[in-house]
Write a protein that binds this ligand. Structure first.
Ligand SMILES: [Zn+2]
Length: 121
């Protein structure tokens, strides 16, 4: 996986990935919960939706809305194992180790941090 900064730049070149933004409701949710809680949600979603060697419903496990982290997962190409493979060459059909999971969490939070600067919709 490349650096978080490189990944965020590369994602901007994708019309689909760059179409995702936090709306005011999402931003309010992040503000009210606090960054640490959102990061713990991100960690839980990465574990439950991505970390298994063959996640249930892979390709459809991440809703398009309903939680700021879901939007971050689509925006960063971390929504399913197929996208992780395409964007970051993460091998399919293998468990994600702790280090891989943390890298994804950091990327998701970096994207959310950028959106929270108020550059989104
Ligand atoms: Zn996907």
């Amino acid at each position: 996986m490349q650096t978080v900064a490189d990944a965020l730049i590369r994602l901007k070149s994708s019309k689909f990935r760059s179409s995702f933004h936090l709306n005011e409701k999402d931003r309010e949710y992040v503000r009210s919960k606090g960054r640490d809680v959102i990061e713990s949600h991100a960690r839980d979603f990465v574990k439950s939706k991505l970390a298994d060697e063959d996640p249930v419903n892979d390709g459809k496990q991440t809703p398009m809305r309903g939680h700021p982290v879901f939007k971050a997962m689509h925006a960063t190409g971390c929504c399913c194992r197929g996208c992780l493979n395409k964007w970051y060459k993460v091998p399919m059909h293998t468990k994600l180790n702790e280090v891989q999971q943390e890298k994804i969490v950091h990327l998701l939070m970096a994207w959310i941090d950028e959106e929270m600067k108020g550059e989104g919709e």
